[in-house]
Design a protein around this ligand. Structure first.
Ligand code: URA
Length: 435
């Protein structure tokens, strides 16, 4: 097999054979293919795309390129969830305990935050003592006992994806649907769950800005799941506004706790709560084989009767976290400088731009630009208003928490708020479910 021939073939728009894809991924993993040929093939795929068979084969090979988690001991009662990332997305910390309280086994590998997209592993490490670096056997033990464990992504999984993604990042080939879909799904397949629920975010604060592209990505990932024998459901949800009220690691942990305790039920949290119910319900549909209506009722019930919150306590304790912080969230340290951003307008809020809020959070240190950057867990933003609210000049739009002077962050936060003289249309939040 010959890389030059494969690049030529893809350049002409022809499909690669399974053996060629396997050869490519093997070379990626072993380091036997030079970076320029890997990049050239990625560029040819960017322009000529891949069919469903090629995309599934690439996924399978990348999934098998490193360690794989074997969750077969849990049978079908096991489900994973994945979000393509956004601003204020703390759903894993809420949906995980909900799903476990419903009897689903959740063994989740989570990433670190990059850019304005946060990572669940970083958020959870805001809880004193919480350990995300567990050995596989420790994780399996916790899942067996309490139904849920969330750890940081193992460095030994999907090495082929790591290599390819790093090269795509510097060669303008990230935004290819088959390459994104196979990259995300290879990690999900390697993580072992027979059922996968994907939250594909679309909007200015998401990786996919455009609904049509988000839908194509969702469809591609569901098809990969089908071809790899994993039941896969994708929910397409809005990321033009931040999700929920708080953005920033510790602040998001606090909001997740409040949702599970039932103390955050007002309009500021409505979309977040609705999405968590939908995600947990779809995990139950797949893992417990129940109808969506029954699953939604059960998801709502575990929130209402406190069993999801109890599950969160068990889980945090099992991973070494200080559970006193769950009863009293004031024990979780927040950055010391608190700045209210006041409205210079009177009128209805027509939008709270997620990208701008994400940018402001990044500037106060809640996120990282490079994977090696340190983050400030206590920094972030608490929103005070949502689209549709009427505000007067001088009202507080949001509060920024930081440990440093952050004038540029204040400007980004302020320009996130858009105004109209009339009540804005309420836009859909969950657009579509693809199964
Ligand atoms: N996230 C991934 O894991 N892979 C991509 O290619 C894009 C986003």
């Amino acid at each position: 097999m010959n890389m030059v021939e494969m690049i030529e073939k893809k350049k002409r728009g022809q499909a690669l054979a399974d053996e060629e894809i396997a050869f490519f991924v093997d070379g990626l993993t072993q380091g036997t293919i030079p970076d320029y040929q890997i990049s050239a093939l990625a560029m040819a795929i960017f322009f000529r795309s891949m069919n469903e068979r090629e995309t599934a084969m690439l996924t399978r090979c990348m999934a098998k390129s490193g360690d794989m988690l074997d969750l077969s001991c849990f049978g079908n009662r096991c489900a994973d969830k994945h979000s393509t990332g956004g601003v204020g997305d703390k759903t894993t910390m809420i949906v995980g305990p909900m799903a476990a309280a419903m009897g689903i086994k959740v063994a989740k590998m989570s990433g670190r935050g990059l850019g304005f997209t946060g990572g669940t592993a970083d958020k959870l490490e805001s809880i004193p003592g919480f350990c995300t670096n567990l050995e596989q056997n420790e994780m399996m033990e916790i899942v067996s006992q309490i139904g849920l464990s969330v750890v940081s992504q193992s460095g030994k999984m999907t090495p082929a994806d790591k290599k390819l993604y790093a090269l795509r990042d510097v060669t303008g080939t990230v935004d290819s649907i088959p390459l994104i879909a196979s990259s995300i799904m290879s990690k999900k397949i390697a993580a072992g769950a027979p059922n996968i629920v994907l939250d594909v975010k679309v909007g200015n604060g998401a990786f996919m800005k455009d609904y049509a592209e988000g839908k194509k990505l969702a469809e591609a990932m569901v098809e990969i799941g089908r071809q790899c024998g994993r039941r896969t459901i994708a929910i397409i949800s809005d990321m033009n506004q931040p999700l929920g009220r708080n953005v920033g690691n510790t602040l998001e942990v606090i909001e997740a706790i409040d949702i599970l305790k039932g103390t955050a039920k007002d309009g500021m949290h409505a979309s977040l709560r609705e999405l968590c119910i939908e995600l947990a319900a779809h995990m139950a549909v797949a893992a417990l084989d129940i109808s969506i209506d029954t699953a939604r009722l059960q998801a709502n019930m575990v929130l209402e009767n406190g069993s999801a919150f109890s599950k969160m306590q068990e889980w945090i304790q099992a991973q070494g976290g200080d559970i006193r912080c769950l009863s009293d969230t004031s024990l979780l340290p927040i950055s010391s400088i608190k700045t209210d951003i006041l409205s210079s307008n009177t009128g209805f809020i027509s939008a709270v731009n997620a990208e701008n809020i994400g940018h402001a959070a990044l500037l106060v240190g809640a996120g990282r630009l490079e994977l090696t950057d340190k983050i400030d867990h206590g920094a972030g933003i608490v929103l005070n208003v949502k689209p549709g609210d009427y505000v007067k000049k001088g009202d507080c739009l949001c509060t920024v928490y930081s440990n440093k002077c952050a004038d540029d962050a204040f400007q980004w936060a302020e320009k996130a708020f858009e105004f109209s003289e009339t009540v804005p249309f309420k836009l859909p939040f969950i657009y579509e479910t693809i199964a």
